[in-house]
Design a binder for this molecule. Structure first.
Ligand SMILES: O=C1O[C@H](COP(=O)(O)O)[C@@H](O)[C@H](O)[C@H]1O
Length: 260
């Protein structure tokens, strides 16, 4: 009998009146994902984006429900710059979150700063970090993050997967590099779709009216194929959109009330 493949679940769109309301619910959502994972396997694997996301994680600061010593934090994408450079996603996450919470530094996995001059070695070494966390890489196996948090650029990019780029069709590598990012800086490493789409939960976070047209395209016209619309976690993974009403103002796709 032929194997039955369940189709991806429909994305869940949750819209909040303003970014502060979004921040609190996002923190509750992350804590719930953490609890489910820690109860099951004693560990919580999460991947973070840069851009506007790190600031939106402020609801985790001084939150007694967060078990920081259980977190293993990776970066969905990283700009190829020193770790203390203003463009670094690791620096942004450190400034907005990690410097304010008791997370052990060994639980955070930035890129290897000694490899900044060799993009291929850099992305291979980050892929090896994932292999260490999630076991051997083989053609049948992909890492399953407990939670991946994504942003969406006004051009529809997510991670460092940009419209029209050849990496949109990458099916094998877990981590890849770009040296021609249309958004500076040009050199970056990024998770590929096989990693993003095998997570247990993926949540986009997007706020502001400058994202309204793009969000409409992604949710109401996914066939247009913007990079963020290609995020469709395989069953039983679930995709969430945490947005504010300004970003969602043009979207017809149905909203779901927030509940844990
Ligand atoms: O360059 C990047 O952009 C995206 C989106 O950023 P945002 O500021 O529009 O939220 C971000 O998710 C990614 O990590 C980053 O490298």
């Amino acid at each position: 009998m032929a194997a039955v493949h369940n189709p991806p679940s429909a994305p869940i769109l949750i819209s909040f009146p303003d970014p502060d309301a979004l921040v609190d619910s996002l923190a509750s959502f992350i804590v719930k994902a953490q609890k489910d994972s820690v109860d099951k396997k004693g560990r919580f694997t999460i991947a973070l984006s840069g851009g506007s996301l790190p600031k939106m994680l402020r609801g985790l600061i001084n939150n007694p429900a967060v078990k920081w010593n259980k977190w293993q934090v990776y970066y969905v994408d990283e700009r190829v710059v020193p770790l203390d450079h203003p463009d670094s996603n690791h620096r942004a996450c450190t400034e907005h979150l990690f410097s304010k919470v008791p997370i052990p530094s060994e639980n955070i996995h930035p890129l290897d700063p000694s490899l900044l001059n060799d993009l291929e070695d850099l992305s291979d070494s980050y892929e090896k970090e994932l292999i260490r966390e999630f076991a051997q890489k083989d053609s049948a196996r992909f890492p399953v993050f407990d939670l991946i948090l994504l942003g969406m650029g006004p051009d529809g990019h997510t991670a460092s997967l940009f419209p029209g780029h050849e990496l949109l069709s990458e099916e094998d590598r877990w981590v890849a590099y770009v040296d021609d990012s249309p958004k500076p800086p040009p050199k970056r490493i990024t998770f590929t779709y096989p990693v993003i789409n095998h997570a247990a939960r993926v949540a986009f976070v997007a706020a502001g009216k400058e994202k309204a047209d793009t969000l409409k395209s992604i949710l109401d016209d996914p066939e247009a194929g913007l990079p963020s619309a290609r995020v469709r976690p395989v069953f039983p993974g679930q995709l969430y959109w945490f947005v504010d009403d300004a970003a969602a103002e043009k979207v017809v796709y149905p909203r779901t009330p927030f509940k844990l």
